[in-house]
Design a protein around this ligand. Sequence first.
Ligand SMILES: [Zn+2]
Ligand SMILES: [Zn+2]
Length: 349
Amino acid sequence: MRALRLLEWKSDPQLVEVEDPVPGPGQVVVRIGGAGACHSDLHLMREFGPGVVPWEPPFTLGHENAGWVHALGSGVTDLEVGQPVAVYGPWGCGTCRRCRLGMENYCEDPLAAPVPGGGGGLGLDGGMAELMLVPAARLLVPLPDGLDPVKAAPLTDAGLTPYHAVRRSWPKLGPGSTAVVVGVGGLGHLAVQVVRATTAARVVAVDTREEARSLAAAEGADLTVAPEDAAAEIRAATGGRGADVVLDFVGSDATLALGAAVGRTLGDLTVVGIAGGTLGLSFFSVPYELSVQTTYWGTRPELEDVLDLAARGLLRAAVTTVTLDGAVEAYHRMQAGTAVGRQVVVPTD
Ligand SMILES: [Zn+2]
Ligand SMILES: [Zn+2]
């Protein structure tokens, strides 16, 4: 089969021929219906090098995956060939306390995982291929009725990551509150919808690109602003109080500074984007009791929540489909800032 593989650090991925995967005991091979192209893949192929993460190329890209069960290894009894499934992306050891709670994104024994701190498309072969080997049946979530793999694939990261980030701030997002989404890309446009679907907060979306601000407005943002106007407009829109929750899907020096400038006393500033910026922290540099935190991906039960929201029409990834042959170009568009919403690779006709 053909697979889009990162063969070495600091290079474009290559479309190459590889052997079809065969499931071992407890494993499942999924026929991929959709594999989302994520901005973090750009960091992976442009900036990462030896020693940044505890794994190395070569591997097949694609860590947002959904499709149909293609082949079952021995001992897998609760899935059927042909069944539509989403792949839960962070692969932990499966046996530590957090993994048993479905919190494999924060596995406590990563050296016992299939790959430490990674998963399919992150050190092991991912979904930008016709078939993908999933090392344990527990990592698959059956798709609810009405949700096809192309629509479901981006939800496994671009939907799950914002859902996890928003969910932990739910107590601060009651009536009269304001949530700010910084960066309306693949994750951010779904973050706007997650806030709308699961909280009473007013949503302000910030992005440099006019098309991204239009998308945010179409997804239900109450106010969209460019970064240069954001601090003043958000202060004005909140009666000078600031935002209860800021979700930063960029994570640059500039967006972190914006988050601190528009955050509110007792608020949350949650950093999701991996642009690598830093925020100077002192007693006087942020509002009193503003909690600054990072989050990484989400839990398996939360993925079930996200798929349920999508099946009910409350979450919908804005998707553009591309073929395997067009995948490298898709990453180039993402890097140039001309991709709006999520690009999803559909490997088979
Ligand atoms: Zn991602
Ligand atoms: Zn674990």
